[in-house]
Design a protein around this ligand. Sequence first.
Ligand code: ADP
Length: 572
Amino acid sequence: MANADEEIEGATIIAESLRDQGVQYMFGIVGVPVIEIGIAAQAAGINYIGCRNEQAACYAAQAIGYLTGRPAVTLVVSGPGLLHALGGLQNAQENCWPTIVIGGSSDEGLESNGGFQEFPQVESARLYTKYTARAMSMSRIPFYIEKAVRTSMYGRPGACYLDFPGNIIAGKKIPRSSIITRPKVPFPPRTFGDPDDIKSAVELLTHAKNPLVIIGKGAAYSCAEDNLRTLIDLHKIPFLPTPMGKGVLPDDHPYCVAPARSLALQQADVIFLFGARLNWILHFGAPPRFRHDVKIIQVDISAEELHSSRSSAVAIHGDIDTVVSQLNKELISQPGKFEFSINSQWWKDLRLKIDNNRKVTQSQIIDEKPMNYYTAFYKINAELPKDCIIVNEGSNTMDIGRTELPNILPRHRLDAGTFGTMGVGVGFAIAAALWCRDYAPGKKVVCIQGDSAFGFSAMEIETACRYKLPITFIIINNNGISFGTDQESFADLQEDDPCISIPPFALTPNAHYEKLAEAFGGKGYFLEDPSELQATVRKCIQGNDTSIINCMINTFAARKPQSFEWLTRSKI
Ligand code: ADP
C-alpha cells in the first residue's frame, strides 16, 4: 500500500498512471528530459523497450494497440525526438489504431527562450492526433493520461500526444495524497446499429444476385470473427478480405474469393462493407472496379465515414461485431428469406476465376536460380506455422505476399496499411514478438520485407537482438526499390559519376544485410539457391534467435500480369 504522505516526482506519477490505465509497454529513446519516465515506468512494472529511432518505436507501440485494443506508449525527447515520431503518429491515425506518444519539453516558464531542442511540440502533434495536451499540473497527471488512453480507444481509435515539461517530470515533488486519481478506462462500449437499418440491410440482401462481403481491418479490430463466420457459413456469401482483414476468416475458407478479387469487386451487386474505407485500397468504390449500380451496406464505428467516396444504400453506425450479431439474429428470425446457393451463376463464375488464377500463379513457381517472388513465397509458405504472425512490407514483396502468404487467424497480418508506409516492418515485428511472449508463448513471428523496406528501420535489429526476440526476418532482396541492378553493371555505374549514373531505384547489389543480425548476436543467412530456402526458413523458425535470411531473387522479378494496375489512376 503506497504511503499517502510520500513525496513523488512527475515521472513516477506518469508511470503509475499509465500502469493503472492498463499500459503494458513503453517503446522509446530516452534522454533529457524523459529518462526519469523510462526508469519510473520499469519501476511501475511497465515493459520498457529502448529503440534506435523514435519512428520505429512508434510503429511498434501502435502494433501493440492493434493487437490488444489498448494503447502502448512511445516515449520521446523534445524537439527532434518528437519530430521523428510524427511519422509514426500519422501512421497510427491512418490505420485507426490506438497509440500514445509522450514527449518531454522545455521547462514551464522557459518557453520561447531558444531552449535546448525547443520546438512547438503541441501544435505540431495536433495535426497527427485525436487529442493533444501539455500537462501543466502534477496533481492532474492521471487526468491527462486517462483522457489520452480513453480518446485513443473510443470512437474511431487513433493517436494521442501528451507533452510534459521537464520541470513537471523531475525536480519538483508532491505528496501522493494530492494526486487526483482516475479509474481504469474500460474497453469501449459496443454500439448497436439502428434496428431499422438492420432490417433494411437484410431486405436488400434478399434481392441480391451477386452478394459480396468485404472484411476490413476494422472487422479484425472489432474481433468480429465468430459472428462473421456465422453470417458467411449460414448464408454462403462470398467474402473478400482487405490486406489486413486477411485471417478474420481463414484465407483457405471455401467461401473466400480473394483469388478472384477483381471479378468479385466488379460484378457484386450488393456489398457488405465491414470495417473498410472506400479509399485507394478499395479503388474508391468507383467504376470500373465496381458496378455503377452496386448497393453498399456499410458498417463503421465512425459516423463521419458513412457515405464516404460514394453513397451507401444502407449506412449503419455501430461496432461491427455487434452489428453482425444483429444481422445474424434478423436473418435467423426470417428463415428462408435469404437462401443463397453455392450452385448460383455467381458462385460458378467466381469459382472458375479462382481456378484459373490459381493455375496462372502456380505456373510462376519455377525452381530456378535466381528465384522469382512466387518461387520464394511458395517455399517460405511451406514452412510457415499456420498460426504465425506475418509482417509483410515492400512493394512487390507485400503485394505478392498478400496473395501468396495465407493467414488463418485474425490480426495475424501486419503490413504497410492505409498509409502505405514502408519501414514499419521491424517495429511491428518487435511488437508482435513481445505480444507472443506475453499472450501466446510459442507462437512465431515472421517478417517478410523487401530490401528497401527493411533498410528504413534496419538498426532496430539491434533492438530485437537485445531483447532476445525470436523473430525470423526474411529479406526478399532484388537489389533495389521495385528493381535493381546486378553486381557487374553496378560496378560500371560506380566508375562514372555515381550520383548521375546509379539509377534512383538501385541499392547496393548483393548487400549482406544478414550480417546485421550476426553483429548483434543473432543468426544470418545469405542464400541464392532455391533448394536452400525451405530448410533455412525451417531452422530459423524453430530456433530461438533473432535471425535474418537474406534471400536473393531476380533483380527484374515482377508480379504476374494484372487485370488492373494497382495504382493507375487513369483507369479508375
Ligand atoms: P482496410 O485497410 O482493411 O481497408 P480501413 O483502415 O480502411 O480498413 O478501415 C477500417 C475502418 O474500420 C475505419 O473506417 C474505422 O472507423 C472502422 N472501425 C474500426 N474499429 C471498428 C469497430 N469496432 N466497429 C466498426 N468499425 C470499426
